[in-house]
Design a protein around this ligand. Structure first.
Ligand code: ZN
Length: 148
């Protein structure tokens, strides 16, 4: 089995409301999302994807359309963080993404996996699967979500 990985980066704000220290403050990160797919190369000389698991451009486009463009330059807020939700609601047109979990790297990567998995898995007849998502919150801190 082969794997390919595509990396996308985006900027977003968040806070961890109950955190004991700095993460309680409103702040942002340059997140990086690494998408690892597994499968077999497409064996169809007529296809533009011949010899590929999936065209990297298509891997990127799906992730942008369904996740990255929605989260980029947004504030990711827990639905229970009503103080900040109410605050952001006063800013006309503010890009706010309300999540059902606190926006830790662990929860964000799990949410991202739920969104992206159905887009990639079994897309073609080459046993394509989303194997792993890795979300970097900083260059030295990341969380992984692997296919069970
Ligand atoms: Zn943070």
């Amino acid at each position: 089995m082969l794997t390919i990985t595509k990396r996308l980066e985006f900027d977003a704000g968040h806070r961890i409301p109950q955190h004991k220290s700095q993460c309680r403050n409103l702040h942002g990160h340059r997140y990086a999302l690494e998408i690892t797919l597994e499968g077999e190369p497409i064996d169809d000389p007529e296809s533009s994807d011949h010899g590929m698991l999936m065209d990297f451009t298509d891997v990127k486009a799906l992730a942008k359309d369904h996740l990255v463009d929605l989260w980029d330059h947004a504030f990711l807020v827990h639905d229970g963080d009503t103080l900040i939700r109410n605050l952001l609601a006063q800013i006309p047109g503010h890009k706010t993404v309300v999540l059902n979990r606190v926006p830790t790297a662990e929860n964000l990567v799990a949410i991202a996996f739920e969104i992206l998995d159905p887009l990639y898995t079994e897309r073609f007849g080459n046993h394509l699967k989303l194997r792993r998502l890795r979300l970097y919150e900083t260059p030295t801190s990341w969380a992984d979500c692997d296919r069970k």
